[in-house]
Design a protein around this ligand. Structure first.
Ligand code: FSX
Ligand code: SF4
Ligand code: F3S
Length: 371
């Protein structure tokens, strides 16, 4: 896994004050936070961390110049604060964008202080040193862009394609990912290594499936078939319920939400909807299974754990046969040996009756006469 930025080293041993000291002169970078079409879940998630807590974040580590939900001022005073911050810190501030931007209806779907959302982004985002698109909505449209996308919702990169943008998709994303990016940018002006979708690799370089605590059940062929069934109660794999974990890059399996163990979708028994992937969440039907990035796919790849005596799963035997003919032969021999049903047609290959049964003129007819 790619190394996390230094800011993520805030722990019980390393306090925000230590990190602030380590940041040197360039501490408390100005941050302007814009809200567009969202549910405010991205801000809510930022209120939860304890390393640093919100107070440490705002008072010691960043200088939050404008944030509609957290700032005390409102109306004209708030808009004045925004204009002054944009002017004073031009090309120095970090602009965090939450929510998608409606492009339809000539800006009629959302206005801030009488100005279309898109115009506000063009101005404020255009003068930022870095834009952090927090959440799937700001990254590429998210929930509001789901078909039929009535407002023409898009992400930041569709409006400002040449800007220095970091996407932090997730609905909502993990707050420590934001803190890591912002504090690294503040400390030395650099950004963490990004993938092709501008996501920091330290948080998005692996599929959830790789670290999922239900993975052992996937490998064993234990699948939930229905919400509330016995498998669901026992924590089995949610793949057949449409879990998108095998096709979703995110760190949820190892960094849970609200700093509470098992507080993440799969941890509470809900399939992952792929909220960090542009082509998955709000695009694919919830119960549609995703392709697996492996050679084989369950359940056909895995024989049932409990097999009725006397049979080898035809599918399993077929797969084995494709891989190794000799082993398929062994499967057949074993299946015939354990069969308790005369001329069992579900068992592949010619049965013993082919050489010993009455159809071949033999005298023995009953199974009791077989060796
Ligand atoms: Fe979108 Fe943020 Fe989803 Fe909500 O506000 S990423 S709807 S959880 O949280 O913008
Ligand atoms: Fe976990 Fe989903 Fe993979 Fe099953 S399919 S192991 S629930 S990520
Ligand atoms: Fe989203 Fe899936 Fe994580 S739905 S929060 S990426 S488990």
């Amino acid at each position: 896994m790619v190394a996390a930025p230094s800011a993520l080293a805030i722990t019980d041993q390393k306090t925000p004050a230590d990190v602030a000291a380590a940041l040197g002169k360039v501490i408390r970078p100005p941050v302007i936070w814009l809200h567009f079409q969202d549910c405010t879940g991205c801000t809510e998630t930022l209120l939860r961390p304890s390393h640093p807590g919100l107070d440490d974040l705002i008072l010691n580590l960043i200088s939050l110049e404008y944030h509609e939900t957290l700032m005390a001022g409102s109306g004209t005073l708030a808009e004045q604060a925004l204009a002054e911050a944009v002017q004073r810190y031009s090309n120095q501030y970090i602009c965090v964008v939450e929510g998608s931007i409606p492009t339809g209806g000539h800006g009629a779907y959302m206005k801030l202080a009488g100005r279309p959302a898109m115009d506000v982004l063009l101005e404020v985002g255009g003068k930022a040193s870095t834009i952090v698109a927090i959440g799937s909505c700001a990254s590429w449209g998210g929930v509001p862009s789901a078909d039929p996308n009535p407002t023409g919702a898009v992400g930041v990169e569709d409006i400002l394609p040449r800007a220095r943008i970091v996407n932090l998709p997730g609905c909502p994303p993990n707050p420590y990912t934001l803190l890591g990016v912002v504090l690294q940018a503040a400390s030395n002006g650099t950004l963490p290594e990004l993938d092709q979708q501008r996501r920091p690799k330290f948080a998005y370089d692996r599929h959830i499936h790789e670290h999922c605590p239900r993975r052992a059940h996937f490998d064993a062929g234990h699948f939930v078939k229905q919400f509330g069934d016995q498998g669901h109660r026992q924590g089995w794999c949610l793949y057949e319920m449409g879990c998108k974990g095998p096709d979703t890059h995110a760190g949820c399996a190892t960094r849970h939400f609200n700093e509470i163990p098992d507080v993440w979708p799969i941890g509470i028994g809900a399939p992952c909807i792929g909220c960090t992937e542009k082509h998955v969440a709000f695009r694919m039907p919830q119960f549609q299974v995703v392709p697996l990035h492996t050679e084989v796919a369950p359940p056909s790849a895995y024989p049932p754990i409990i097999e009725p005596q006397g049979k080898v799963s035809p599918i399993a035997a077929g797969l084995v046969g494709l891989a190794a003919g000799a082993l398929a032969g062994a499967s057949y021999v074993a299946s015939r040996k354990f069969s308790t049903v005369p001329d069992d047609e579900s068992v592949p290959g010619p049965g013993p009756s082919a050489s010993a049964g009455p159809a071949n003129g033999g005298s023995g007819t009953g199974p009791e006469e077989r060796p």
